[in-house]
Design a protein around this ligand. Structure first.
Ligand code: GLU
Length: 320
């Protein structure tokens, strides 16, 4: 199976901002939101906001409030009056899950590691290929195990290569069975996985452009495959995976790095425009270090400005 076609030129672009409120956002998340917004606006498209709180116990209202405040401060507007909250979408996820069950592509998994990480977007290094331990359990074995614990549910993936034409990173392909393995769509506690929620929500919102961090590139073939199962007629998404912002030691920024939060950064830069200008300059979105706004950057935005970059070091300037 090959999914290489992206959005036809005639479709209105529908992009999205999809932050997870499990912590405050830092400059890496800000950069992702900025580029996702620029890509949609530069194409004359719409931007939809979705709060990815599918793992409700790990998310907090104060982080949601912080995200809304930061997006507003940055001028990253959105077009859906009703923000989508994943925590309120269990009915839609149930329906997709039942559809997949009807297709016979799910199976219960009783392995103790099955629940790890699946409700949040994976980070580099957290990935492992499932060995398939529960793939061929008989009906009797399943019934016996069900008495002891409730299972997670995995998607049975084929030994097929799925290809993505990424706008920034170029061609990317993944053999689902060999490089990914059967992945979890619902945890044993009933919480749906990041993968299922994102695919169902992108379909529901009519999203046709996904711009996000490079650490999620490996999810794109998995999501593309799942999208085809849930909605065989849906058009393929335009993907663009942007370089990761790292600190001066080359480490991915963590949400606990409080000095990377927008209020802390703005103490340094004094104005939002000075910060956006500096971020744009250091990431290649504009050629000079001068104050600007997201709206102005949209006029000159092109994926080419980030072409094939994978990492960008973030450091505050000594003085502004
Ligand atoms: N919610 C994810 C994050 O904040 C992004 C998921 C996506 O863009 O598909 O990392």
């Amino acid at each position: 199976m090959a999914n290489t076609q992206s959005r036809p030129a005639t479709d209105t672009v529908v992009g999205r901002l999809a932050p997870t409120p499990s912590a405050g956002i830092h400059v890496g998340n800000i950069f992702s939101c900025l580029v996702a917004w620029l890509a949609a606006r530069a194409a004359g498209g719409r931007v939809l906001l979705r709060i990815e709180d599918v793992d409700k116990p790990r998310c907090k209202q104060e982080f949601i409030d912080g995200i809304l405040r930061d997006l507003d401060t940055l001028g990253l507007t959105w077009d859906n009056a009703d923000i989508m909250y994943q925590s309120m979408r269990s009915g839609a996820y149930d329906a997709a899950f039942e559809k997949l069950q009807g297709l016979g592509v799910l199976y219960p998994c009783f392995c103790s590691r099955a629940d790890l990480h699946v409700a949040s977007a994976p980070h580099v290094g957290e990935h492992y290929v499932y060995a398939g331990t529960c793939r061929e359990l008989s009906a009797d074995e399943i019934a016996q195990r069900m008495q002891r614990r409730s299972p997670a549910y995995r998607l049975r993936v084929p030994d097929d290569v799925v290809r993505i034409a990424d706008e920034i990173q170029g061609a990317y392909s993944q053999n689902l069975a060999g490089e990914c393995g059967d992945y979890v769509l619902r945890r044993s506690d009933g919480i749906y996985s990041y993968q299922l929620a994102v695919v169902v929500d992108d379909l529901e919102q009519g999203v046709n452009q996904v711009v996000r961090g490079l650490d999620l590139l490996e999810c794109a073939p998995q999501q593309s495959y799942l999208r085809g199962l849930i909605s065989p007629d849906a058009k393929e998404i335009e993907y663009a995976h942007i370089p990761m912002i790292v600190d001066s030691n080359g480490r991915r920024l963590a949400k606990r790095d409080r000095d990377m939060s927008l209020p802390a950064i703005l103490e340094h830069f004094k104005t939002v425009e000075a910060f956006i200008g500096y971020l744009a300059y250091t990431t290649g979105l504009q050629p000079v270090n001068e104050p600007t706004s997201a709206e102005d950057l949209a006029k000159s935005f092109s994926y080419d400005l980030l072409k094939r970059k994978t990492r960008i070091v973030w450091r505050l300037p000594d003085s502004q």
